[in-house]
Design a protein around this ligand. Structure first.
Ligand SMILES: NC(=O)c1ccc[n+]([C@@H]2O[C@H](COP(=O)([O-])OP(=O)(O)OC[C@H]3O[C@@H](n4cnc5c(N)ncnc54)[C@H](O)[C@@H]3O)[C@@H](O)[C@H]2O)c1
Ligand SMILES: [Zn+2]
Length: 376
C-alpha cells in the first residue's frame, strides 16, 4: 500500500546519506525526526551545522532499546541509515550497531504494535563480493572473492571460478548470489535479510537499497577509514599523494548523494518494489587511478597517486551496479562524476582547514592486517 501520511524517522540522519534524505523529505512536506549518536569518527566536532533545523533532532544510539522505542513513536516510514561503516578495525561493534541494532528496531515495531507503514534499510553493493563477470570461455560467471594469497603474490585479476581465466566485470543485477566477505559486508547482509524477512512475516512493506559508493557534500572529512573520494581530496589538499591499494585499477560505481536520496524517496513512497533488494548507483565504472586524476585536475594540482604495493584483504576489484530495477520506478542518476567532484570540492572549501587523518591511521591499519604488503 502506498504511504499517504508523512512522518519519517531517519536514523543516521546527521550523516552523508541520511542528512540528504532528511532535506529531501522536508522539501516534500514530511515531518522528520532524526536519531543519530554523532559517532565521533564521523563527527569530530559534534553536531554538524547541516542538520536541518526543521527536523526534530535526537542524539541517541540505535543499540539502546528505550531510545529506539521512543524514536519510533508516531512514525509512518523509517529510513534506517545509521550504521558503522568502512574498513574499521572493530569487529564486534559492526555486529552490535548494524546487525543487533536493526534486529532490535524491528522487534520493537512488531512487539509494540507501532503503526509503522514501511521500513527502508540502507544496504550496500558490498553484499555481492566481486559481483558479476564475463569469462572469455564460460560467459556470465560469479567469481569468488580473490584470496589474500593471490593478492599477496601481486595478482589482482578476478579469475573465472570454473577455468581460472581472468574475467571482465559486468553490471551486477540483484539476482547475483550475495557474499558478505568483510565484517561490514556481512552485517549489511544481516541488515537487509533481517528487514526483508521481517517484512514478509509482519506484512509491513520493506525495501533494502543496495547503495554503490556514495559521495558528496557532508561526507566526513575526518574519517581515515572510509570514503575514497574524501580521503583523496584531503590528501591532495594537503599536498600529499593519494595512496592507492593494488595498482589503482580497481573500479568503483561512484554515485552522487542526491541521487541516492531521491531513490530513497521513490521506494519509500511507492509500493512497486516492496519486499525487494534494489541496486542504486551510477551504473558506471571509474577506476581509482582515474578518480585521483579527476580530483587533481579539478583542484588544479599536479600530484600523481601512489601505489606502494599494498592491498586490503576482502577488497572488491570491480563492481558496477545494474540499476535496471530502480529505473522501473523512475530512478535515474543525474550527476556525473566530474560534476559531483566539483560540488564536493566546492563544499570542502566552506569547511575551513582540511587535515590529513589518513597518515596517522595507516600504522594501525597495517598492524591489524587490514592493509598488507604484496611480497615483492
Ligand atoms: N557512503 C557509502 O558509500 C555507502 C555505500 C553503501 C551503503 N552505505 C550505507 O548507507 C548508510 C549511511 O551511510 P553514510 O555514507 O551516510 O555514512 P555516515 O557515516 O555519513 O552516516 C551514518 C550516520 O549514522 C550515525 N550512527 C552511526 N552509528 C550509530 C548508532 N549506533 N546510533 C545512531 N546513529 C549512528 C553516524 O553518527 C552518522 O551520522 C549506512 O547504513 C551505510 O552502511 C553507505
Ligand atoms: Zn571460465
Amino acid at each position: 500500500m502506498a504511504v499517504h501520511q508523512k512522518r519519517a524517522l531517519v536514523t543516521g540522519g546527521a550523516g552523508l546519506i541520511g542528512s540528504h534524505i532528511v532535506d529531501l523529505l522536508l522539501s516534500e512536506g514530511w515531518t522528520v525526526r532524526i536519531l543519530d549518536n554523532l559517532e565521533p569518527n564521523t563527527h569530530k566536532f559534534g553536531k554538524p551545522e547541516w542538520v536541518n533545523p526543521r527536523a526534530e533532532f535526537r542524539q541517541g544510539n540505535v543499540q539502546d532499546y528505550a531510545t529506539m522505542e521512543s524514536a519510533l513513536q508516531d512514525i509512518d516510514v523509517v529510513w534506517h541509515e545509521a550504521a558503522y561503516g568502512g574498513y574499521m578495525p572493530e569487529m564486534a561493534k559492526y555486529v552490535l550497531v548494524n546487525s543487533f541494532g536493526t534486529a532490535q528496531m524491528l522487534e520493537i515495531i512488531r512487539d509494540k504494535n507501532l503503526p509503522v507503514k514501511k521500513v527502508v534499510v540502507a544496504s550496500s553493493q558490498a553484499v555481492y563480493s566481486e559481483g558479476a563477470a564475463l569469462c572469455p570461455e564460460h560467459g556470465h560467471v560469479v567469481p569468488l572473492l580473490r584470496p589474500a594469497e593471490q593478492l599477496r603474490a601481486g595478482d589482482f585479476a578476478v579469475h573465472c571460478p570454473i577455468c581460472a581465466k581472468p574475467t571482465t566485470s559486468i553490471p551486477t543485477p540483484e539476482s547475483t548470489p550475495g557474499g558478505g566477505e568483510t565484517v561490514y559486508a556481512l552485517t549489511k547482509v544481516d541488515q537487509e535479510k533481517l528487514v526483508l524477512l521481517w517484512g514478509k512475516q509482519t506484512g509491513i512493506p520493506t525495501v533494502a537499497l543496495r547503495y554503490s559508493c556514495t559521495y558528496g557534500p557532508r561526507q566526513s572529512l575526518f574519517n581515515p577509514y572510509t570514503g575514497v573520494i574524501a580521503i583523496f581530496c584531503t590528501r591532495l589538499l594537503n599536498g600529499l599523494q593519494p595512496v592507492m591499494y593494488e595498482d589503482g585499477g580497481q573500479t568503483r560505481d561512484l554515485c552522487f548523494v542526491e541521487d541516492i536520496a531521491r531513490a530513497n524517496l521513490l521506494v519509500g513512497t511507492m509500493d512497486t518494489l516492496d519486499g525487494l533488494a534494489v541496486n542504486v548507483g551510477s551504473g558506471r565504472a571509474t577506476s581509482v587511478r582515474d578518480l585521483a586524476g579527476i580530483i587533481a585536475d579539478k583542484l588544479g594540482v599536479k600530484i600523481e597517486p601512489l601505489a606502494r604495493g599494498e592491498f586490503r584483504p576482502g577488497e572488491i576489484r570491480s563492481l558496477i551496479s545494474d540499476i535496471s530495477r530502480a529505473r522501473t520506478i523512475g530512478y535515474e542518476p543525474s550527476v556525473t562524476i566530474e560534476q559531483g567532484i566539483e560540488r564536493y570540492l566546492a563544499w570542502i572549501a566552506t569547511q575551513g582547514t582540511v587535515e590529513d587523518y589518513f597518515s596517522a591511521a595507516e600504522a594501525g591499519l597495517k598492524a591489524k592486517g587490514i592493509v598488507q604488503a604484496v611480497k615483492g
